[in-house]
Design a protein around this ligand. Structure first.
Ligand SMILES: N[C@@H](CCC(=O)NCCCC(=O)O)C(=O)O
Length: 258
């Protein structure tokens, strides 16, 4: 029998090569961010081979979880997922295991209407899953701002506030940040939304018009953000609010689902 008060939240893994061996890994800041809210949470890393599990095992795994967190990653989704080829200059890492694993995870988690929070690469994956496309290199697109971090800067500068995002009236974020038309966010990405996926609603845009957050009304809870709310939620209340909103949604869904 499941513990009535503790939440079990799945965190997708990257497949990272270290020397001769491959590891299924999720960043520490994503794991710890789930511990910051007002509910007891056990983060559970979902290995980057979800697509290789028998369906009965996929169902068993997800039936023990109350929500899914999709992390950011330095790797880029392979452009074949949005019907494009690799371009010259696409020099970021790839992670074909994560790509395939998360596609199968989305099929199953959406069918079960589980709460989902997508962050950065996770945001981009969800957009593409719903039929959207990505800019390969935002900094080469006329009219768009630099959205990459300064890798030579200290980490707290890299992940500190970089630009505001305007919140869409009537949206989930506008509801959470009532009385605020915009919030400050960090920016650690070279790719971004070119066309928005079907059934997704814009939640926030950067000053250059880039879509930086969306939700999906057909889902019980699906929110995805291009920035990193997992970064130091104890220092940045706007990050803590987003994490708490997701964890609350997991709690509500646990109470509704059998
Ligand atoms: N690679 C993509 C997505 C960017 C992203 O997720 N960055 C995260 C960096 C590492 C981390 O903080 O977990 C892009 O460049 O657009």
């Amino acid at each position: 029998m499941r513990n009535a008060s503790t939440l079990f939240i799945g965190v997708c893994a990257d497949m990272i090569q270290r020397g001769p061996h491959a590891y299924h890994q999720a960043g520490d800041k994503y794991i710890r961010a789930l511990l910051q809210g007002s509910h007891a949470v056990v983060p559970m890393i979902i290995p980057a081979l979800f697509h290789q599990l028998p369906e009965v095992s996929q169902t068993a795994l997800l039936s023990g979880l109350d929500g899914i967190l999709l992390t950011g990653s330095y790797s880029n989704l392979h452009p074949s997922y949005y019907r494009e080829s690799e371009q010259e200059g696409d020099d970021a890492e790839r992670d074909p295991h994560r790509d395939a694993s998360n596609w199968a995870l989305f099929d199953k988690a959406l069918a079960l209407d589980m709460p989902i929070l997508g962050i950065c690469r996770g945001f981009q994956e969800l957009n593409v899953y719903f039929g959207g496309t990505l800019h390969h290199r935002l900094h080469e697109v006329a009219g768009l701002l630099e959205h990459r971090e300064d890798k030579s800067a200290e980490l707290d500068i890299q992940y500190g506030p970089a630009h505001p995002v305007s919140l869409s009236q009537g949206g989930l974020l506008a509801d959470w940040f009532e009385h605020q038309h915009s919030i400050e966010v960090n920016s650690i990405h070279m790719q971004g939304v070119k066309s928005l996926g079907q059934g997704l609603t814009v939640e926030a845009t950067a000053p250059d018009g880039l879509i930086e957050a969306f939700s999906r009304s057909a889902s019980r809870f699906l929110l995805a953000v291009q920035w990193h709310p997992e970064w130091m939620p104890h220092q940045y209340p706007q990050n803590a609010r987003i994490l708490q909103g997701f964890i609350d949604a997991c709690y509500q869904s646990k109470r509704i689902l059998p």
